[in-house]
Write a protein that binds this ligand. Sequence first.
Ligand SMILES: [Zn+2]
Length: 224
Amino acid sequence: MTDFGALFIQFQDHLAPRLDVYEQSIYLFIARHTIAVGQSEATIGFKSARKKIATGIGTAGAPPSENTIYEKLKSLEAKGCIKVLSSERTGTRVRFFSPLEIPGVIPVAAPDAGLSLEQMDFFTVAENRKLILEREGQRCFYCHVNLNSENHVIEHVVSRPVGNNSYLNLVASCRQCNNRKSAETAEDFLRTLYREGLLSPEDFKGRLSHLERLRAGELRPVLK
Ligand SMILES: [Zn+2]
C-alpha cells in the first residue's frame, strides 16, 4: 500500500512543475490504473481512454488525439515517469514510477544544505521520512505496534495547514492510528486508546511524556 497523501504532495510539489498539462493528466491516469490498485504496470487502451483523461487544450472541448497521447507517453518516458513496455492487442503496457523513483525529482535535504534541523522538511523528502521512522524505533508513536518500511505512514501530530513538516510535528504511525486519529489532538487520541484498553496505564503515561518531549524538541532525528 502507498501513502497517498505523501505521494500526491510529492507529485504536486516536485513533479507537476516539470510536466505539461497533458503529461500531468496522463501520468495521473496511469497512476489510477497502477499504483492506486496495487500494481506497478497496466495495459491501457489509450485510443478510448484518451476520452477519459482530459479535455483538450488545443481545440476547446476535444480530448487529446491519439497522436498527442503517444507523443506525451514518449515525453513522459524521457522524463523517467513511466516506461512503455510493449504494445498489446488491448493497448499499451506501461510501468508507472512514483515521484520518489524518478531520479532527481525529490530533493534530498542534506544537513549541509544550509537548513537548520527545525527548517528541514521531514514529510516530503523521502530520505528524511526514513529518519522519523528510525527515530520512533520502527514503532507506532501512538499504539507502539511494530512498523516496517511498508506498513507505516508519516503522520502530522497537528494537522495541516496549522501543523508543519518539521520533526517537531511528525511521527511514524500505523495506518490504523493515522486513520482513526484524523483531526483529534494527539492527547485525546492517546486517551481514546487508553480507554479502549489498547494502552496500559503505564504505556499511556509513557506516550504522553513522549509527546511532550517531541514538542520540546528532544526527539531529534539522527541525520546521516
Ligand atoms: Zn498505531
